[in-house]
Write a new protein. Structure first.
Length: 95
């Protein structure tokens, strides 16, 4: 078994484990945005651990708050925007 922690004060992206599925902690300051991008051939689970993150997915925009999980096709263009200081656990699983 591998173990990791999602605690920490750093901002940006941090991989938790090597290999599959890719598991990342995303930490954003309020107002910070990640440019639109996609994760082809993946299914994405986006679990907001704290704060609130607005997700633009292609033509749809939704806000996830702490404790909420979104699941979507990685072929979508995604552009996260932190509405508050926020942290999310993102799992990118191969299809």
């Amino acid at each position: 078994m591998q173990r990791a922690t999602v605690d920490g004060d750093e901002t940006g992206r941090r991989s938790l484990f090597d290999g599959e599925p890719r598991t990342v902690v995303l930490s954003l300051d309020a107002g910070e945005r990640v440019p639109a991008h996609s994760h082809p051939d993946r299914v994405v689970l986006f679990h907001v651990l704290s704060g609130a993150i607005e997700l633009a997915l292609d033509d749809e925009t939704t806000t996830l708050r702490a404790g909420e999980i979104g699941r979507f096709d990685g072929d979508c263009d995604i552009a996260p925007h932190a509405r508050t200081d926020a942290r999310a656990l993102v799992v990118l699983a191969t299809r």
